[in-house]
Design a binder for this molecule. Structure first.
Ligand code: FES
Length: 136
């Protein structure tokens, strides 16, 4: 599990090169209000974005295979359960049974070839748990 360099800095997640445009996401473990769950980071339109892996329709993981969140055109995030469709740039539901809700974002930044995520008051690192899962 990656450790933060110091408090207040990002938690190293993966290399920039691990996130291909429209490719498979890298999954990582977090605690939301102390409860373990997974999050994912991917790259769409050149932008690196991260969300909790939890559908706004029913709180279940959305990927249809591990790390696979995007539709056939590699444009939108689609839940594998009932097809809720989300805009990658902001996580808003644009179609399907998610009713205008949005995915919960995790703040990420990309710098010097490294992608890191930033804990918040409610989303914390899950140190000691299983760590990131990189795409092959
Ligand atoms: S659980 Fe995701 S669309 Fe229903």
């Amino acid at each position: 599990m990656p450790e933060p360099a110091d408090p207040g800095t990002g938690v190293p997640l993966c290399a920039s090169s691990d996130l291909a445009e429209g490719g498979r996401a890298v999954l990582f473990d977090v605690l939301e209000y102390g409860q373990p769950l997974r999050a994912f980071v991917l790259r769409v339109d050149g932008q690196v974005v991260a969300y909790l892996n939890r559908c706004a329709h029913v709180p279940v993981e959305m990927d249809w295979q591990e790390g696979e969140f995007l539709d056939g055109d590699r444009r939108y995030i689609v839940c594998s359960i009932h097809g809720a469709t989300y805009e990658p740039s902001d996580g808003y539901c644009i179609a399907g049974p998610c009713g205008g809700a949005r995915l919960k974002a995790v703040r990420v930044a990309e710098r010097d070839g490294q992608v890191s995520w930033y804990p918040s008051a409610d989303i914390r690192p899950a140190f000691g748990a299983a760590s990131t899962t990189s795409s092959p």
